[in-house]
Design a binder for this molecule. Sequence first.
Ligand code: ADP
Ligand code: ZN
Ligand code: MG
Length: 496
Amino acid sequence: MSRTTEERPRVAPEIKERYEAVIGLEVHAQLKTLTKAFCGCSTRFGDAPNSNTCPVCLGLPGALPVLNRKALDLAIRASLALHCEIHQRSVFARKNYFYPDLPKGYQISMYELPLATKGSLEFELEGAVKRVGITRVHMEEDAAKNLHEGFADSDRWSYIDYNRCGVPLIEIVSEPDIRTPAQAYSYLTTLKQVLEYTEVSDCNMEEGSLRCDANVSVRLRGAPKFGTKVEAKNLNSFRYLQHALEYEIVRQIGVLESGGQIVQETRLWNVAAGRTEQMRSKEFAHDYRYFPDPDLLPLLAPERLVEEVRAEMPELPDVKRARFLREYGITPYDAEVLTATRALADYFEAAVRAGAPAKAAANWISTELLRRLNEAGKEIQDCPVPPVALAELLAKIESAEITAATGKKVFATMFDSGKRAADIISAEGMSQISDAGAIEKIARAVVAKNAENAAKYRAGNEGVFKFFVGQVMKETRGQANPQVVNDVLKRVLAES
Ligand code: ADP
Ligand code: ZN
Ligand code: MG
């Protein structure tokens, strides 16, 4: 086999240009339920291996599945958020295959009659709106987790943790509408945002609650038919998805250019080697011997139920973005940043509710606050400055009690200590200096010390004025009222 000898493929840019990639993604998202899809076992992550199991999820003879109502609600919610048609009647099917992580010998999934079809997801990329069709959303259960240990043949162990077995998932299959790795990346980002906003899934990729397989083929630009596709698995990060696609596109072009043919197969992204590797030849639907699960009744999702779920649907990201623009008059960029996660958007709105001017709050959150959080490796949920405290700080800047420059220092202390702005300002004597007399004394000293620059200013070099403002600000540790500094300096410099 060519696994170890395969070289990193290369094709000249002008040849790559002649081809177009066609990509479709299959995304599995774990539904945010407390218990499994068909039994009452906990879905908690990180519990002792095999502690969350029962006869149903272990597939013991005679055990019967009962669908988790919450899982159905969340699956419907996701389907609505993806603008799908929801079928009033869908059918659970058995997908048969033999593997240790599947104790029943089949996975409960959906096949011919899935929960929802014909949806779409839109996102913006490089200034254009891209719309990707959603082929289907269906419900299924997760398999167990295999853990392998040791390398030497004589000392190699495999373990199976059945805690994950039977956890509820939805699979979201896209149409082959994606054309570049960057679009695939944006599609997945947007999908994740929608699933998080609607609380369908926590989308934690490290814990495996969001997983993505990518189907990719290439064809000559303008060719009427799609090429043969390859499925890339094990793409458990956004970066891996993009890298695997980039690699795979070049590899396929290389094969075609050298007169070869693409074989339909499943390939695995090898993170360490930075390449896809053959895993197995493609399995086809008929290999799975799908048939309706006789243990489960057809799944009914009548109009009334769908409307109930729709009524409880949280605001979607694009709707929130539009509302932020309209209600708060902030920039499109700020609206984009602030709605990146629902938690950040909530933080912003809480600060505004607490009295912060919307534009100032947007500005401070998207710059100072996000920068500090980023540096501290913290999420907005763990922000040491609550929204009310940010609103208090902004009110002090607004009322000119402190300067914006001092505000930044106060904010840094608030962030590090958790103290309130008022306490920091009085403890450190940071109130704004607006006393023209005090500022004039400092201005005179600065001008005297920089006689050469003062002469330049008087000779008509307006540019040095900024230098003097900076010096006075430095002397006052950024606490001088900028307007007073300007006025005083103009007067002092004009003299003599
Ligand atoms: P399969 O039956 O092999 O699983 P599907 O028709 O279910 O194939 O498609 C699986 C995924 O592959 C979908 O996301 C679909 O958009 C994508 N896909 C289908 N044909 C192609 C192709 N020629 N190139 C790239 N992706 C494709
Ligand atoms: Zn169970
Ligand atoms: Mg498929």
